[in-house]
Design a protein. Structure first.
Length: 340
């Protein structure tokens, strides 16, 4: 009797959780309604996929009588599993859209390695980040969430990376760029918010070739009393007001090879990220390589890719990886590119 009650209780729990997974999966496909609570359902797709598979197998083991309701629930779970897998599978199973080149095929004159990191404004641990910079020796370093304290404590970088753009802020959207390579025509633009900067600059390689580098950190898609909100995303007919989409529109007009990097505060597979790539003729370095989750570094389960590199057709990749924790809630992201 006790075993029967436990089985019945387990079945009820599986049914409730299954209904939630089905509801969340279907709601995550709604892109035309600008609501933050729908937008964030784009984030935990791997988690929903994993839970959906577990619940599907659990229901098969628990259920003895197959009524219409049971068949409907299983069908809903299978649909949810398919939805989540279909969206994230290109990052795991598809061929790479940004070609990989071997180190033996690369000349340093036409290559550039870039380190991007959201340092977390309240983080005051600099040692690990400094060690990573010393080890990797990147040509370009883009840091986000920097305030005056961070700029002061990283001022030593100007000796090795003399070309800089700094815009520290106390609102978690300050940025700083340090480069070994000469930069020119640099601009700080405020596309959707008066206190959320984006960096635009030309970079000259050792070969003399130029490429365009854009550093971005759009606002998060949920409301906040403390930090700037994503007030620009108001509907499909106004999506150009979204900062990321405006960056893509600007990039589409460039004639130089272009690299766009930063903490997008959005996952790679979101509708906004996909439209950004399409509008800007940009390719996601992750596709075919893996998820490379960069947030949340403080959680082993709730992680997804928020920091990104998007590049134009004439750029290939030699190296791409996440790096060690630096005391932030983001892992740093590193890539070495070759400009064709």
């Amino acid at each position: 009797m006790k075993s029967k009650n436990i089985r019945k209780f387990a079945k009820v729990i599986v049914i409730i959780l299954s209904c939630l997974v089905i509801m969340f999966s279907l709601a995550s496909l709604v892109y035309d309604i600008p609501r933050w609570y729908l937008k964030i359902l784009d984030f935990p797709r791997l988690q929903l996929l994993t839970v959906g598979i577990f619940l599907f197998l659990s229901f098969l083991l628990i259920t003895k009588e197959w009524k219409f309701s049971s068949i409907a629930l299983v069908s809903g779970l299978l649909a949810s599993i398919f939805i989540q897998f279909e969206i994230i599978s290109p990052y795991l199973l598809k061929d790479t859209v940004v070609k990989t080149v071997k180190a033996s095929e690369v000349t340093n004159k036409n290559s550039v390695d870039i380190l991007i990191a959201n340092v977390l404004i309240k983080n005051r641990k600099t040692q690990t980040l400094k060690e990573i910079i010393t080890t990797k020796e990147p040509d370009i370093i883009l840091l986000m969430e920097v305030d005056s304290w961070w700029v002061e404590h990283l001022s030593y970088l100007k000796k090795t990376h003399p070309y800089t753009i700094e815009y520290p802020l106390d609102n978690a959207y300050g940025m700083a760029l340090y480069s070994k390579l000469p930069i020119s025509n640099h601009q700080i633009k405020f596309l959707s918010h008066s206190k959320v900067p984006s960096f635009f600059t030309n970079v000259t390689l050792a070969s003399g070739k130029e490429f365009k580098f854009v550093g971005v950190h759009p606002v998060a898609p949920f409301p906040s009393d403390k930090y700037p909100e994503n007030i620009g995303e108001q509907g499909k007919d106004q999506q150009k007001e979204v900062e990321l989409l405006r960056v893509g529109d600007i990039a589409s007009k460039y004639t130089l090879p272009t690299i766009i990097a930063g903490d997008f505060n959005d996952v790679a597979w979101s509708n906004t990220s996909r439209l950004f790539g399409k509008d800007g003729n940009l390719k996601d370095v992750r596709i075919g390589r893996g998820l490379y989750n960069t947030f949340n570094a403080e959680s082993l389960i709730m992680r997804w890719p928020l920091d990104h590199f998007f590049v134009t057709e004439d750029i290939t990749v030699q190296d791409f990886n996440t790096l060690s924790k630096i005391g932030s809630d983001h892992f740093p992201l590193y890539a070495k590119f070759v400009i064709e």
